[in-house]
Design a protein around this ligand. Structure first.
Ligand SMILES: [Zn+2]
Ligand SMILES: [Zn+2]
Length: 342
């Protein structure tokens, strides 16, 4: 099969590699679409521990072979699978499987989705980590299930009060999903900040009250102005930026909540923050990573019921051969979500 290997910063190579086999107890699938995540772009640009591997984790695929002993799946089923966790540690027991101490270490290492074929691990099938995707949704649209589940996880960390003012830094697909869900939570004023006009233009139709180009205007000043000098009740950082993390604390109002949704590159995670803002303004700063199966089910329901319209967010598709072009599209800000279709 053909697959895209992440070979180091700035380098993704599509080449032939032996077809994977169907694992006993698992599934063999043909990838229909795998979307490029902001974290893939971060790996691509800054490097990551996934060097040498096939990456891509927003995968929708069709079952072409069912492993020995598997029940409940047939050839032709469309599936997505979430990370396998141990179900035994205190985090799994508390339902926070995304924080599982064995996450990524139990059940085998899953292959990424930027490939023609992909085995679904027996541990994923047996552990109930596989979600069936209805056939009437386009696969590229269904890729939104993973990022949407992560956004649901992020917003579950926050206390939502009706009318809360919300500032979101980063107007990419994640920022937009945060905006859509914040509105569903009853947010009042919503402000979207980005450095690229192209992105702000694409984001406009999702209905934020204010758009701020953080390159031309001071986003902290602007948020203060739109909130009558109070600052935002909730600030969500949805971009890979140390500056944005520092600004988030400054644009939060007293008793504000700040969600660090996006991480920073592994090689440069250190940031200078004014922690006096946390102290004097009694801020709550919380992080969020990944998602759990329950949130995947919620995300699928939002997509299937049309409450979140994936076609507005998955704006582009490229072939596997053109995956590098897909990454360039994401970086340019001209596309929201880009799906790779092998
Ligand atoms: Zn993702
Ligand atoms: Zn666990």
């Amino acid at each position: 099969m053909k697959a895209a290997f992440f070979e180091g910063p700035g380098k993704i190579v599509v080449r032939d590699t032996p077809d994977p086999v169907c694992p006993p107890g698992g599934l063999l699938t043909r990838v229909e679409a795998c979307a490029i995540c902001g974290s893939d772009l971060r790996s691509f640009e800054a490097g990551s521990k996934y060097q040498g591997q096939i990456i891509g984790h927003e995968t929708i695929a069709t079952v072409i072979e069912v492993g020995e002993g598997v029940e409940g799946f047939r050839v032709g089923d469309r599936v997505a699978d979430c990370p396998v966790t141990c179900e035994k540690c205190k985090y799994c027991e508390a339902g926070s499987n995304n924080l599982c101490l064995q996450r990524g270490r139990v059940g085998g290492r899953p292959q990424g989705g930027f490939a023609e074929l992909r085995p679904v691990l027996a541990s994923a099938v047996q552990g109930g980590f596989v979600v069936k995707i209805p056939g009437d949704i386009l696969p590229e649209h269904a890729t939104l299930i993973e990022p949407l589940a992560c956004v649901i996880n992020g917003q579950e960390k926050l206390d939502w009060r009706p009318g809360a003012s919300v500032a979101i830094i980063g107007a990419g697909p994640i920022g937009i999903l945060h905006l859509l869900l914040a509105k569903r939570q009853g947010a009042g004023k919503t402000i979207l900040v980005d450095l690229k006009d192209e992105r702000l233009d694409l984001a406009r139709k999702f209905g934020p009250e204010h758009l701020v180009n953080g390159g031309r205007q001071d986003p902290v000043d602007e948020v203060m102005r739109f909130t009558q000098g109070e600052g935002a009740d909730i600030v969500i950082v949805a971009c890979v930026s140390a500056t944005a993390q520092a600004q988030a604390l400054e644009m939060a109002g007293r008793m504000g909540q700040v969600l660090f949704f996006s991480g920073l590159p592994e090689t440069s995670p250190m940031v200078t923050l004014n922690t006096n803002l946390i102290h004097y303004h009694e801020l709550r700063v919380v992080g969020a990573r990944s998602s759990v199966k329950r949130q995947w089910d919620m995300a699928l329901e939002l997509i299937v019921s049309g409450q979140v319209e994936p076609q507005a967010i998955v704006t582009h598709a490229v072939s596997l051969e053109n995956i590098v072009e897909g990454f360039a599209l994401v970086r340019s800000g001209k596309a929201l979500k880009v799906a790779v279709k092998p």
